[in-house]
Design a protein around this ligand. Sequence first.
Ligand SMILES: [Fe+2]
Ligand SMILES: [Fe+2]
Length: 158
Amino acid sequence: MPDIFEVIKGDHDKHRDLLARIEDTPDGSKDRNIAWQNFYYDVKSHAAAEEETFYSKLMSQPWGQDAARHSVHEHQQMDDLLEKLNDMDMAAPEWLETFRKLRHDYEHHIDEEETEIFARAREVVDKAEWDRHGADFETRKSREREIVDQKSEDALED
Ligand SMILES: [Fe+2]
Ligand SMILES: [Fe+2]
């Protein structure tokens, strides 16, 4: 089983590919819609799994608490954009404009996780722990994948 850093990095690389594919496909095309749905569900379950199995382990460190709060705040901002894009007409020119903002912000977010945050996380938590959390992350992520729609509907009702 890969450690949690490898699992998260694997997801990020998949997300980078999907972001590029979404932007490269024609406005309103079926291919864009397929790539978008794929990205939407994967990134939402990724963020939830990351908060529970990665950032939660950093909360006992002062710098880790700051890093976790910062990242969770960015997750919330991205989630707002994800929901906005999901509700917009994909063929409209505004869709791509809003998508480009999400792509820019998200790529910045994952670059920061992979460089600054991973490096410090490796220093403060034992390697054996992180090795175990790779599997926890995967389990949490697939459970979350099942309830993404339910959560979005609940949020609309609030
Ligand atoms: Fe994240
Ligand atoms: Fe991430």
